[in-house]
Design a protein around this ligand. Structure first.
Ligand code: UDP
Length: 363
């Protein structure tokens, strides 16, 4: 039987990490071939190339070079260019990951051409429609044919939105980020930049936190306050760096130790050695859990509610008093890992099998 062609759309850092276990599984499968499209959304060497190199992801077959534009312009240009690739490649499937503009553009281009869409990380909801990510994920889910859910909560969200009446197929695959962490955790690499002996690991990049001078200032006040107890190491997202320069934010370097964004293997080292994680990243909330670390999430809500329920994660308002108080309350706490919470590292196998079995039911 001829193999099915899958066009995978990638563009942003978390998507490279999520796609790596699935690409590896596709390479080992006789039933699927993959064409990689990089939209260009993330383009700095340490936000893109390093992940391809470290995680053995094949070179993209297409690089669209779309970046640094407003949401509408970026999504529109991606849509047009992805359509061109799909007309040329004529795949059986388009696979999209997560919740970025690349995700939505890829799904929309495919659906309008009647090409089947598989969405990895389907069903997650923050229920906050001001987040661009929430809009992207809701629209992508609605037009996907195969919805690959990382956790049972995602299935519940889809059910509540009426998906059981839609013709799409919903599968509980587990979380591909667990697969990636399991595969690479023994290959962690110490970052080149010097680090304090003990540290809290922090990341901040989400638009809701970086978009206002008040909010970002409040976050850095909080990090400095925590840094007086334990230095904070912050691999700084280029978007946040830009905003800090614009707002004139410069935290005390002994309290908040800023380093350049690092590769995945370096993140694993930082996670392994951190006392705690403070973040507004979706991925880091789970990675803290994979390394049995407590996490403080600088947001009003999270898509990964199971971590809050099981005592691994706390939501916290940006600000000196709130952040310090939560840090002091949490720093000596421990919670028991829940076996299989994220699918046990078998998500990529289940995803490939869902693609192949869907085919049996007839494309
Ligand atoms: N990450 C990385 N280098 C860094 C910071 C983060 O490799 O300097 C990884 C980390 O594994 C994280 C992933 O990038 O889970 C997700 O990226 P990000 O936080 O930008 O996006 P989100 O998960 O919020 O969509």
């Amino acid at each position: 039987m001829a193999s099915l062609k899958v066009v995978t759309i990638l563009g942003a850092r978390p998507q490279f990490i999520k796609a790596s276990p699935v690409s590896r599984e596709i390479q080992g499968s006789s039933g699927l071939t993959e064409v990689l499209v990089h939209t260009g959304q993330h383009f700095h060497a340490n936000m893109s190339d390093i992940f391809f190199r470290q995680m053995g992801i094949p070179e993209p077959d297409y690089h669209l070079g779309v970046n640094s534009l407003s949401h509408g312009a970026m999504t529109g240009r991606m849509l047009e260019q992805v359509e061109g690739v799909l007309l040329r490649e004529k795949p059986h499937w388009v696979m999209v990951y997560g919740d970025t503009n690349s995700t939505l553009a890829g799904a929309l281009a495919a659906k309008k051409l009647h090409i089947k869409v598989a969405h990895v990380e389907a069903g997650l909801r923050s229920h906050n429609m001001n987040m661009p990510e929430e809009v992207n994920r809701i629209l992508t889910d609605r037009i996907s044919d195969l919805l690959l859910c990382p956790v049972p909560n995602a299935l519940k969200n889809l059910e509540a939105e009426g998906f059981s009446a839609f013709p799409s197929q919903v599968v509980l695959s587990g979380d591909v980020m667990q697969d990636a962490a399991n595969y690479y955790r023994n290959q962690s690499v110490k970052p080149q930049e010097s680090l304090p002996e003990r540290f809290v690991l922090a990341t901040v990049h989400r638009a809701e936190n970086t978009g206002s001078v008040e909010k970002l200032t409040a976050i850095f006040r909080g990090l400095e306050a925590i840094g007086s107890h334990c230095p904070v190491v912050l691999p700084l997202h280029p978007g946040t760096r830009k905003k800090m320069a614009q707002y004139g934010i410069a935290p005390h370097p002994d309290k908040v130790h800023i380093i350049s964004p690092v590769g995945y293997l370096e993140v694993l080292y930082l996670l392994e050695n951190a006392e705690m994680v403070i973040t507004d990243s979706g991925g880091m909330q789970k990675e803290a859990y994979f390394f049995n670390k407590q996490c403080i999430t600088l947001r009003g809500e999270t898509e990964w509610t199971e971590l809050v329920e099981h005592g691994f994660n706390r939501l916290c308002k940006p600000g000196e008093d709130d952040m310090l108080q939560v840090y002091l309350a949490v720093r000596d706490q421990q919670a028991d890992p829940v076996p299989g919470l994220y699918g046990g590292g078998k998500a990529a196998v289940r995803i490939v099998s869902a693609l192949l079995n869907y085919q049996k039911e007839g494309i």
